[in-house]
Design a protein around this ligand. Structure first.
Ligand code: HEM
Ligand SMILES: CC(C)=CCC/C(C)=C/CC/C(C)=C/COP(=O)(O)OP(=O)(O)O
Length: 299
């Protein structure tokens, strides 16, 4: 435990760490793509700004609550032992106060300046990740991240609802993409970190069912993901530019997962994890570019 008083920059870095900034950045990006795809032309600026900030603050609040609930297991794992609670840089009450302020601010922004539907759905995602996943599912079943993935998949639906006030079937396709993407994203990392998860008794799939079984599940979900990513084109929501991007990215992702399955004790699991993030960024960027190309061609 560190006893020295941290300076302002170190304290700010600890609070930022609580927010899982890289994860939240990608979550916010998928929400923004949901917003942009919701209407053919320009998005109302106020809904865009308040929606983005509200969803981002809610996700950061959920991440901080996850840090608080997981503080004991985080202290046991090499990947997480330098987090602000295990190191003693922050106290539990500071983390909970911070999470409450972020969460309250998010709800106020979304409810009053966006719309109540977005506020309610965002609150459900926050509770889904911070409580249902972290407190219950994570510790209960190897299907934890499949079910818990619903919270992380919600942001495009939240973004879409922020702009239109409704849950459109096309937004649900974006949900389905992230929902199907989550298992290969997480299980690739979990294969690499399986001994640490076993040490803290977390029933992650590679711990309960082994690497071989998890490898096949990663491949299965990636094939499913490729099929699911065809749906935006099949339903007429997106065009050929998106289709080409989805197929190329999907085949590349599948190649990574096959390499992982062949050699799970190599660098491939973490390479696959890294590629899963690049994949999602590029796929959602393709959805966005394709959308504006269609708008421009129709003009
Ligand atoms: C139940 C759902 C999910 C689980 C269990 C999960 C698991 C994880 C874990 C354990 C890490 C930490 C890796 C590390 O510390 O190095 C991570 C990192 C990350 N995840 Fe996920 N994730 C989930 C959903 C998502 C979603 C929905 C997104 C975005 C749309 C996302 C984007 C990221 C990003 C950007 C990173 C950062 C990697 C880095 O630090 O370089 N994850 N995820
Ligand atoms: C819009 C809204 C409120 C969304 C909330 C969704 C959200 C913040 C998802 C984060 C996903 C994630 C990093 C899971 C890993 O948790 P973990 O506890 O398994 O990983 P860890 O060991 O790295 O903490």
């Amino acid at each position: 435990m560190s006893k020295s008083k941290p300076g302002f920059t170190a304290l700010a870095a600890d609070y930022l760490d609580l927010c899982k900034p890289k994860v939240v950045a990608l979550i916010v990006f998928t929400a923004i793509v949901g917003m942009l795809l919701a209407v053919p032309g320009a998005v109302p600026l106020d809904l865009f700004v308040f929606g983005t900030i509200g969803i981002g603050l809610a996700a950061a609040s959920a991440a901080a609550i996850n840090h608080f609930i997981d503080r004991r297991i985080d202290a046991e794992m090499a990947r997480t032992r330098n987090r602000p609670l295990p190191t003693g840089h922050l106290k539990g009450w500071q983390v909970l106060t911070f999470a409450s302020v972020l969460g309250a601010l998010a709800m106020a922004l979304l409810w009053f300046l966006v719309n109540p539907l977005t506020a309610v759905l965002t609150l459900a995602s926050l509770v889904g990740y911070a409580i249902i996943y972290t407190v219950f599912l994570k510790r209960a079943t190897p299907q934890n991240i499949v079910i818990g993935g619903a919270a992380g998949a919600a942001p495009p639906v939240l973004g879409w609802a922020a702009i239109t006030g409704e849950v459109h079937p096309h937004a649900l396709l974006l949900f389905l993409i992230i929902f199907t993407w989550t298992p290969p994203h997480f299980w690739a990392l979990a294969i690499h970190r399986r001994e640490e998860y076993a040490k803290v008794d977390m029933p992650m799939l590679p711990v309960t069912h082994g690497v071989h079984f998890t490898g096949w599940h990663i491949i299965f979900y990636t094939v499913l993901l490729i099929l699911v990513t065809l749906l935006p084109w099949l339903t007429g929501m997106s065009g050929l530019l998106y289709l080409a991007s989805a197929v190329i990215l999907g085949v590349a992702f599948l190649a990574y997962t096959i390499a992982l399955k062949r050699d799970p004790d190599s660098r491939w699991p973490m390479k696959t994890f890294g590629f899963s993030i690049t994949y999602l960024i590029l796929l959602f960027a393709a959805l966005m570019v394709d959308h504006y190309l269609a708008v421009w061609l129709a003009a």
